[in-house]
Design a protein around this ligand. Structure first.
Ligand SMILES: [Zn+2]
Length: 311
């Protein structure tokens, strides 16, 4: 064997090895999820076939995120950008996608909008800027209803299958296994939440609309005078009357809202304030399943404690 043919052989082997390495790297679908709930769902459905990064931290306000350079780099490398959609990220996602320089994720199939896969509540009849930060496509916070999340997980598995057809069967199997584990829990949660049925609440933002819809609770009003605007003294004063007339039982808020306005209202009415998580990864939750668990536990315990008499 001549020296030259040996060099060629070695070079050939090297190229083969490099191809194998880049192929196995491509076997991973790289997902950039806008919010932790979708990052968590992608991990459940994709398993070890996906690598998931998340653009916002648990408990962060996903209406407002900075399009920082590290996020742009993640957009550039992503095979899929997975967001809530329905207008939730209008303040920052278009900028991120425009500057990210990755045409694959600027539209389907590389762009997947979870809330747009299901029916949405609160689609406004008319649109008026004077009404505040209203979501024109309806309430985007759909991950609060596990039944809708099951529908989204089916669509997501199909989308993974489109982007990575070699593993289509595995995505479908993993989705079916996840759904089969969740469905009996949904039944159990509905039984556990029976005491909440018909309960009237005031919530800080329209955060839990889908949870309330699922568990048949009624939201009488919000602490925000208009979506996205902080509570004003005048609006809070009007809620004291309303909470009394409507016999509101609980006042719901997220850690990012702060407890000042909820506690102020609770101190002037028969209702009790309860802090609730919004996304998996917040205290007491790490998966979507434990998020629903925690939400229902906190609500039922708060109602029980409140009916037992306020301190
Ligand atoms: Zn919102």
């Amino acid at each position: 064997m001549t020296l030259q043919s040996t060099t060629l052989r070695v070079r050939g082997l090297l190229i083969a090895a490099l191809c194998a390495a880049s192929f196995s790297a491509h076997a991973d679908l790289r997902i950039l999820a806008c919010e932790p709930e979708w990052g968590q769902l992608a991990t459940e459905i994709g398993g070890d076939l996906v690598t998931v990064k998340t653009a916002s931290a648990p408990g962060q306000d996903a209406h407002h995120i900075q399009a920082r350079p590290s996020l742009l780099a993640q957009v550039r490398r992503a095979d899929m950008v997975l967001c809530t959609g329905a207008g939730l990220e209008t303040g920052w996602l278009p900028v991120l996608l425009n500057r990210g320089g990755n045409p694959d994720v600027r539209q389907a199939p590389g762009l997947f909008m979870a809330a747009e896969q299901v029916d949405r509540l609160e689609i406004p009849v008319t649109l008026d800027r004077a009404d505040g930060d209203v979501h024109a496509m309806g309430n985007p916070h759909v991950h609060m209803d596990p039944r809708r999340v099951i529908t989204i997980s089916q669509q997501l598995a199909e989308r993974f299958a489109t982007l990575d057809p070699d593993h289509a069967d595995r995505y479908r199997q993993q989705q079916q296994a996840w759904q089969a584990a969740l469905e009996p829990r949904v039944d159990a949660w509905e039984k556990q939440a029976a005491s909440l049925k018909g309960l009237k609440v005031i919530s800080y933002h329209r955060t839990w609309a889908y949870l309330l819809d699922w568990l048949e609770m009624t939201r009488v009003d919000e602490l925000e005078p208009k979506p996205g605007l902080p509570p004003t003294p005048g609006h809070l004063a009007s809620l004291v009357d309303k909470a009394g007339k409507e016999q509101v039982g609980l006042i719901l808020y997220q850690p990012i809202n702060g407890d000042k306005a909820p506690n102020w209202l609770a101190s002037r009415t028969a209702a009790c304030a309860v802090e609730l998580p919004f996304s998996p990864g917040e205290e007491g939750t790490d998966t979507l399943t434990s998020l629903y668990d925690t939400l229902i536990q906190r609500l039922t315990h708060a109602l029980q404690a409140c009916e037992g008499g306020k301190a």
